[in-house]
Ligand binder design. Structure first.
Ligand code: DC
Length: 229
């Protein structure tokens, strides 16, 4: 696929946990020569800082202050985003269970979201980005050039996540329960709940391979590039 170098699109990919957003977003970004930005990693970095500073995930005012006094940077690499918290590489740590659950909890607060959305808008403003998350097409870039909402049957998402991490037994049960809980919270929170933008293309990947999903997304991008001329 040849992206016109003069057109640096903003591509938004939203969807629930375990749907394969990161893989699709990073493969697409590589093909286009774009930056892949994992917005969820920023919520994870804030949750990690809250853990380290012993700040409650429920204390919106303290979390807002914490965010405002933090430097959270994403550096796209071929194997996902490098996450820097105040200059420290926390890429591995932010994937751990306590931070994962914390990210979903800090993300319910409107003030935290205002800060995050502003940073994400700055990062993507120049275009040439594939940004993935929960509210990219609805709030961060409501005028994104291409909007994809990736979805899949919850049971299939659970299975994929467990396979990806080679989990079985009690560890698998705990991870599946965590995924369900996070899903519920992300979809039902009062502010910017996970939902497809009205003008997003929804792709249900339940019965599709990763290559098939990528192919559909690429077709959309190609159509957009052609339309823009
Ligand atoms: O994409 P992820 O699993 O790394 O996201 C971690 C949490 O961050 C997710 O449970 C909800 C929150 N999040 C969000 O509220 N908005 C985003 N754009 C991205 C993530």
């Amino acid at each position: 696929m040849n992206a016109s170098p003069s057109r640096k699109l903003i591509i938004a990919i939203d969807g629930p946990a375990g749907v394969g957003k990161s893989t699709i977003a990073s493969r697409l970004a590589r093909k286009l020569g774009y930056a892949n930005l994992e917005s969820g990693a920023m919520y994870r970095a804030l949750a990690l800082k809250a853990i380290e500073k012993d700040i409650s995930f429920d204390d919106e005012a303290a979390l807002d202050m914490l965010a405002k006094n933090s430097r959270i940077e994403l550096e796209p690499t071929s194997t996902g985003n490098r996450v820097l918290l105040d200059g420290r590489d926390v890429s591995q740590r932010v994937r751990e269970t306590d931070v994962t659950a914390g990210a979903s909890r800090v993300s319910v607060h409107p003030k935290v979201r205002v800060w995050m959305v502003a940073r994400q808008q700055e990062m993507g403003a120049g275009g040439g980005v594939v940004m993935e998350g929960r509210d990219i097409g609805t709030k961060v870039f409501p005028r994104a050039d291409v909007k994809i909402f990736l979805d899949a049957d919850p049971v299939v998402r659970e299975q994929r996540r467990l396979q990806q991490r080679s989990l079985s037994g009690t560890a698998a049960e705990a991870t599946a329960a965590e995924l369900r809980e996070r899903d519920y919270r992300d979809r039902t929170r009062a502010v910017s709940p996970l939902t497809a933008a009205a003008d997003a293309l929804t792709i249900d990947s339940t019965a599709l391979s990763e290559d098939e999903v990528l192919h559909r997304v690429e077709e959309m991008v190609q159509q957009k590039l052609l339309a823009l001329g």
